[in-house]
Design a protein around this ligand. Structure first.
Ligand SMILES: [Zn+2]
Length: 213
């Protein structure tokens, strides 16, 4: 149901809306959607997931509040990463909001001894908003890592997905070749055909370009 290919949990969360200009691409429509994302992402330990999708999280006023907060956190992260991808400075308000949200989430972070080693563990996993802890920590880690310079926003005009460009050449433009990349290829092809038709002659530029690929 959800996509987890962005390269970081925080960006997968940012990508739970396809295009910020089209509200119909929203995937987090109900508190149950948020619970489903928490389960599928593995953001919370399996033990907590049962509670997340259980009785306590049927749509309620509290659930709606948590969903609204989750979306606000998501949009704040989008603005931060989008600015980063564009080589711009983040808005001070977005940095302040990130710090406020981190301060709210981090008191739930613990170390747990499991399977002969220490692991990070989030307490309070029976609360729906606990899903924001792992997301915010992922964002803080990415923002301060070397990979921060590789965060990209999809080049398609109708897509606001973010991803980490781990391609060899660091020139990846699309969130996915299967969707936006292919659509762009089809559009360019259509424009070339149209151009050729209006020129009235087969364009050598086309074959040269095709040969280059
Ligand atoms: Zn895209």
């Amino acid at each position: 149901m959800f996509d987890f290919t962005a390269g970081a949990l925080c960006l997968d969360f940012v990508n739970t809306i396809g295009d910020r200009g089209r509200p119909s691409t929203e995937q987090l429509r109900t508190p149950a959607d948020l619970a489903a994302w928490a389960r599928q992402s593995g953001a919370l330990a399996p033990g907590g997931v049962k509670d997340l999708t259980g009785r306590r999280f049927r749509p309620s006023r509290r659930g709606a509040e948590v969903l609204a907060r989750a979306r606000a956190v998501r949009e704040g992260l989008y603005r931060l990463f989008s600015a980063l991808a564009a080589g711009a400075a983040p808005a001070p308000g977005d940095v302040a909001a990130l710090n406020a949200n981190l301060a709210q989430a981090l008191p739930d972070l613990r170390l747990a001894w499991r399977r002969q080693r220490f692991e990070w563990h989030w307490s309070g996993q029976d609360r729906l908003d606990a899903v924001l802890g792992p997301v915010l920590r992922s964002a803080a880690e990415l923002l301060t890592s070397a990979e921060a310079a590789r965060v990209r926003e999809c080049a398609a005009p109708s897509c606001t997905w973010m991803f980490i460009d781990r391609s060899r050449t660091h020139r990846r433009r699309w969130c996915s070749m299967q969707t936006c990349g292919n659509r762009n290829k089809a559009r360019r092809h259509y424009q070339r055909v149209k151009q050729r038709a209006s020129d009235g002659s087969p364009s050598t530029a086309v074959s040269t370009e095709q040969a280059r690929r």
